[in-house]
Design a protein around this ligand. Sequence first.
Ligand SMILES: *Cc1c(COP(=O)(O)O)cnc(C)c1O
Length: 428
Amino acid sequence: MTDVRDELALLGGPTAISKPRPHEIWPPDADEPELIELADQRNDDISIRGSSGPIRALENDFLRFLEHRVQWAVTFNSGTSALLAAYFALGVREDTEVVGPALTYHAALSPVFALHGEVVLADIDLRTRCIDPAGLERAITPRSKVITAVHQWGHPCDMDAILDIASRHDLRVLEDCSHAHGSRYKGRLCGTFGDAAVFSLQANKAIYAGEGGILVTNDSEVHDRATLLGHYRDRCREDLIDGRLRDYWVTGFGLKLRMSPFNAIVARHSLAAFPTRKENRHKCLQYLGERLSEVTYIEPAYVADDVDMGAWYGYKPLYLPDSLDAITREVLIKALRAEGMEIGAPSGPDLATLPLYSEAESPLFPGLPKVANVPAADSNAARVQRQALSLPTFNNWPEDKSLIDDYIVAFQKIYQNHSALVDYARSA
Ligand SMILES: *Cc1c(COP(=O)(O)O)cnc(C)c1O
């Protein structure tokens, strides 16, 4: 058994973690029934007419998963495509602004640019990592049209505050639930608060199609316009509610962003397996959080009392360098990797650091502005970008318990040996 007083693996000592990486294996392998259904679909229909077969079945499953708090679900070939359709349906166009979080996965906001819209970044809350309501309200201008609430890394946004701001300023709310399948705010499922919500079903997500996304809404106009953006022909003729919009059924609005039936089959199986997987994930990550609270230089991921973390999406504690001789995050990660840990900096990122966001002019449509109100260097977004760590989303309970214990030994080894690590960093 490795002892926390052993020499650091980085300096030639034994490793604290013996299990070889990767420690997070996702997505899980298909079981036999899933493989059989995929094979049958191959000879039955490799395309899809309208919304028949596994497409409609997935959409119905998803409405049930959301406890029928939403009326319509429309599948797309990716979460990004579903977000494009959502922004379009919510009225984003030239001279409109979308206010969103300064730190998130870029695709939550990037489709706005394809619609000639502008993105206004608001700072995030340091604990939840979701858009900060006060920062959001400050970012609103007369041109604001949509608030994007990303339930970052599975933690729900402060929906009471966001809905209140939206109603006072007459704005629409789009929830990006790509990290938050099954997450709940005050008992209510994420994806049932906004004018529309999008769930990515990409392979890394808790419910996965491989590639895919799903848009849900209670607004018939949003349903119709989003459908027309990505689904021409049969589906538009069959599903559109507004007769005038249905006149466009042959062409839709010119784009085809449909999900394939194979992806829908994979998604249905992952949706069915989700409740059990979620329970195991929660046991692992609750235990990880408890054990990490013993590590003085790590602040465990925050979970508010009135939320359910649902899918989680990775585990992102904050590194407190002041409690570890100001060792840089880079050196810390290097030392922990040497101990056998699967750890890195989160791929967040702070959107202001990406060229698509940082350059003043749109590369898509030169002449158009694109992003305003970039949070300052001392913002919470910048701080999370600098100091967060990314740990695996452990999924196997109780098998992963001893692995988590080894992770804690590795963290404590660093603490015991911090002077040696300071010397190492100085001489490197
Ligand atoms: C994954 C993700 C997306 C994009 O989804 P794709 O299915 O990969 O296109 C959008 N927003 C967030 C927050 C995501 O994590």
